[in-house]
Design a protein around this ligand. Structure first.
Ligand code: AMP
Length: 464
């Protein structure tokens, strides 16, 4: 099957040719014909499967075939995304696919001044990509109305739930017109997400491109049992012995991410942290540096990493494993993109063993156990000291706009370490508050002291 078989509008076909897309991906093959018929869709697919084009191409086609100007402060297509990064990525895809059309695309998300967004929405837009919090702020300020939405897309619904957006979603649902097309995407479909889907969808067609919560086949997964306080030494060992092109290192907390970066910098290895306490500008800088290969290590919390589409991630390192099994699937799905092979390495402390069992149960796979390297206690003893954390603990580095928003919503800025989960629980507070931003913006280059292929690599097993 080829794209031209769908009969998409000529301007869209031109954009696809310009992007050199010829073959639709499996989710596109299944979803596009159904969406062109105007049906509702429930798609079970992760980022990386081509789902953005799956929902945006037929939607663009619909808008081009039924031209009408958007109403002032309104939009014809609304896409909700859990994170700013994903929202920006979706908007960019829509712009790319619509580049030969006059359709307008706007993004609204928190962490950047709201006034520009209010101005941009004044005349109305064709496609609006938004995160739920800022969307509702704009509605409350009467800068946006949803009664003219023809197409509503809820992306990464499972992540929305994890981040505690359920009430926002219910509010949005009430503001949408009764007659509309609904598209619902989720990487996993546990019962509560299926229930959410039911609230939004009418007689949907369900398409699925990965069996529920199975881990990508091309990822070699390994696990090493290690004391929490010795994980940093193990990370150094892995970085020195693995042949790493680009690695995403996951921690459960923002503090944890900053700490890992400080340790790496102490050893002369450059890395960026990306999490909810970083300003939008810092996140963008970090992502660009990682995308361009300027920095090879990105230390991320789950929320910040969602939706990040960076090709060439050779390794995902779970410095801490997630307490929600589906999150593990999302994390390791960052590697082995587009047919490439990937490696996922998990460090498991004694108190994380229960999480590991949950992950193995849900994914129905067992990662290959890899022992601690020989002479590990020596490595632990000789671990270079971390660079000092920034002195100011008063929230410096936090985005001022976000701080104002948090203050308005009554959210505390300083949470204790125990309160700093990155929203990977199923419920509870979603915002990340309080951790100090430990990023040193001046020093960016990754300079591993000793990069050789070796021991650990040979020990990981391909899971298929
Ligand atoms: P997504 O899952 O929407 O984030 O897409 C993952 C990546 O695949 C993006 O970089 C897209 O540009 C790319 N992509 C989507 N559809 C196709 C296609 N049919 N052929 C080649 N690349 C694609």
């Amino acid at each position: 099957m080829e794209f031209k078989d769908f009969g998409l509008h000529a301007d869209i076909e031109r954009a696809l040719t310009a992007k050199r897309y010829t073959q639709p991906t499996p989710i596109q093959q299944q979803a596009i014909p159904v969406l062109l018929q105007g049906r509702d869709l429930c798609g079970i697919a992760q980022t990386g499967t081509g789902k953005t084009a799956a929902f945006s191409l037929p939607s663009l086609h619909h808008m081009l075939s039924n031209p009408k100007p958007p109403v002032p402060r309104g939009c014809r297509m609304l896409v909700l995304s859990p994170t700013r990064e994903l929202a920006a990525q979706i908007a960019q895809s829509c712009r790319d696919y619509g580049r030969f059309t006059k359709l307008s695309v706007s993004t609204v998300f928190g962490g950047v001044p709201i006034n520009r967004q209010i101005r941009e929405l004044g005349q109305g837009v064709d496609i609006l990509v938004a995160t739920p919090g800022r969307l509702l702020d704009l509605i409350d300020q009467r800068a946006l109305r949803l009664d003219d939405v023809d197409i509503f897309v809820l992306d990464e619904a499972d992540q929305m739930m994890d981040m505690g957006f359920i009430h926002s979603l219910r509010r949005v649902a009430k503001l949408l017109p009764a007659k509309r097309q609904n598209l619902f995407f989720s990487a996993t479909m546990p019962k509560e997400i299926a229930a959410l889907a039911k609230q939004f969808l009418e007689d949907p067609v369900t398409v699925s491109v990965t069996p529920q919560a199975t881990t990508a086949e091309k990822i070699r997964q390994s696990v090493t049992f290690v004391e929490q306080k010795e994980k940093q030494a193990l990370l150094h060992h892995v970085l020195q012995t693995q042949d790493i092109d680009r690695a995403l290192i996951f921690t459960r907390t923002k503090h944890g991410a900053d700490r890992v970066v400080r340790h790496l910098k102490g050893a002369g290895i450059d890395a960026f942290a990306i999490h909810g306490n970083k300003s939008q500008a810092q996140r963008t800088t970090a992502l660009q540096a990682f995308r361009s290969g300027k920095v090879k290590l990105l230390v991320a919390t789950d929320i910040a990493a969602r939706g990040i589409d960076v090709s060439g991630v050779s390794h995902v390192i779970n410095f801490e494993i997630p307490n929600v099994p589906e999150q593990y699937v999302h994390r390791i799905g960052r590697t082995a993109r587009a047919g490439a092979e990937g490696v996922a390495i998990s460090f498991v402390a004694p108190d994380e063993k229960a999480y590991l069992r949950d992950i193995e149960r849900v994914t129905r796979t067992r990662a290959e156990p890899v022992k601690l390297p020989e002479g590990f206690s020596e490595l632990v003893r000789n671990l270079p000291k971390p660079v000092a954390p920034p002195r100011d603990t008063g929230g410096q580095g936090r985005n001022p706009q976000r701080q104002r928003e948090d203050a308005r919503r009554g959210r505390g800025g300083q949470a204790g370490p125990g309160a700093q989960s990155d929203g990977s629980q199923r419920s509870g507070a979603r915002r990340e508050g309080g951790a100090v931003d430990g990023q040193d913006q001046r020093k960016r280059r990754f300079r591993p002291r000793n990069k050789s292929v070796g021991a650990h690599k040979g020990a990981v097993k391909r899971v298929g």
